[in-house]
Design a protein around this ligand. Sequence first.
Ligand SMILES: [Zn+2]
Length: 201
Amino acid sequence: MIIECSYCESKVDGVLKGEHESYDPNEDPFPFKAVLLQCPVCNNSLLGGAELIQISSDKHEWSDAFRLWPKQDSHIDWSIPDIARNSLTEARLCYKARAYSASVVMSGRTLEAVCKHHNTSSRTLAKGLEELKSKGVIDERLYQWSDELRKHRNIGAHASDEKISKEDAKDLLDFAEAICEYVFVLSEKFNQFMARKPAKI
Ligand SMILES: [Zn+2]
């Protein structure tokens, strides 16, 4: 059964060790299957869930297992442009590899990508963020998060005695993700929502 192994970080054909099907007709008419799988590559234990999906008028099939444990990373929305997605993905990878300074540097690069995407004219990130705020791309709170991220990125990027802690790296990564979510995903959603809205409301 295909599942993504948290250790190998790739899709593997998990060896089925146990499964259980259940369903609640009041909640959801389709059964759910919990599976315990073993990664054939690294021997990791993986707990997954699968749903029965309809593939034709009279045929059903189990979906690939989505991982329930170890918890799967939430995916990075596809509407975030590549320039920012790539840095965010690397920031996550560095964090997982416990390279906290590198993670913060990549989170900071995500902000540079937001500036680039919005064609800010300033050469420095500090000024670029101010420009994003004055253009209304980010509000005061997101500006504060971004500015903290920028300062920590500078600590991460230059050789010094100051160390970035795990907690700080995680918070700064969360800020970078939230900023992208706001700037690229929610703003676009809101624009589309407003465009659909009848004029009289
Ligand atoms: Zn594995």
